[in-house]
Write a protein that binds this ligand. Structure first.
Ligand SMILES: [Zn+2]
Length: 209
C-alpha cells in the first residue's frame, strides 16, 4: 500500500489521536466499535475509503465469509491495540517535551506539485500510523495538549486548563482541601441532609424526629 502523507485536516486527526489514546482498550470494545475505529484509522493515515477489510496479510481461504471476517477482526484488534499503545506513549512524550521519531522502511517519495507538497511511502499499518502521528503532532503547539492528572484522559487544552472536565477539577480540589475544612464541610452537609448523602446513605437514619 502507498500512503500519501499530506498534513491537512490536523484538527480532525488530533481528535482521533486523543480519542484513541483516552478510550477503552481496543480488545474490550464491541465488534462494531472496532470496525468504526478501523475506518477512522484509514481516514487518519489518509487511505482512500475502499473496502474496510482490505488489509495486508489477509488471505481468502476456505471456511466462508464469517471465518474470514473473524480473522480480519482479530487482525484489526491486534493492530489497533498496538497503535493505541503507541498513541498513549507518544502523546505522553509529546506533552513532556521529549523527542518523537518515526522510521519507515519502504521507498519514500517527496512530491512538489503546483499547489501541494506531499510525501508518500510504502509501509506496514503501524509504521504508517506512527509516521502520520509525528507529522500531525508537528503541526500542534506542545502546550495545547495535556493529560488529565486526575483520570489520565488526553485532551485539547484551553489556556491553562489542568483537568479534562469539571468533575475531575472538583475531585482534585476536594482531595487537596485541608482536613479541617473537609470536616467542617461534612458537618455542614450532615446538618442539612443527615446521612442521606455520601458513603453512609444506605443506613436509613431518620432525618426528622
Ligand atoms: Zn480527567
Amino acid at each position: 500500500m502507498v500512503f500519501d502523507l499530506d498534513v491537512l485536516q490536523v484538527e480532525e486527526r488530533v481528535a482521533f489521536l486523543l480519542g484513541l489514546a483516552s478510550g477503552v482498550d481496543v480488545p474490550d470494545r464491541a465488534s462494531r466499535d472496532v470496525t468504526a475505529l478501523w475506518r477512522d484509522y484509514r481516514r487518519f493515515v489518509g487511505l482512500s475509503d475502499g473496502s474496510i477489510d482490505a488489509l495486508p496479510g489477509i488471505k481468502m481461504e476456505g471456511g466462508g465469509l464469517s471465518k474470514v471476517r473473524a480473522a480480519v477482526r482479530g487482525r484489526h484488534v491486534a493492530l489497533l491495540y498496538g497503535m493505541q499503545a503507541f498513541a498513549r506513549l507518544h502523546l505522553k512524550q509529546f506533552i513532556a517535551g521529549e523527542e518523537l521519531s518515526a522510521t519507515v522502511q519502504g521507498p519514500v517519495t517527496f512530491r512538489l506539485g503546483a499547489e501541494t507538497e506531499s510525501i508518500s511511502f510504502k509501509g506496514n499499518a503501524v509504521e504508517v500510523f506512527i509516521a502520520r502521528m509525528v507529522l500531525v503532532l508537528g503541526e500542534v503547539p506542545r502546550n495545547s495538549l495535556a493529560a488529565c492528572p486526575e483520570c489520565g484522559t488526553f485532551f485539547r487544552r484551553v489556556r491553562r486548563q489542568i483537568y479534562c472536565r469539571p468533575q475531575c477539577t472538583d475531585r482534585a480540589t476536594w482531595r487537596n482541601y485541608p482536613a479541617k475544612k473537609k470536616r467542617a464541610a461534612r458537618a455542614k452537609q450532615y446538618e442539612k441532609h443527615g446521612w442521606a448523602l455520601g458513603a453512609r446513605s444506605g443506613r436509613q437514619v431518620p432525618r426528622h424526629k
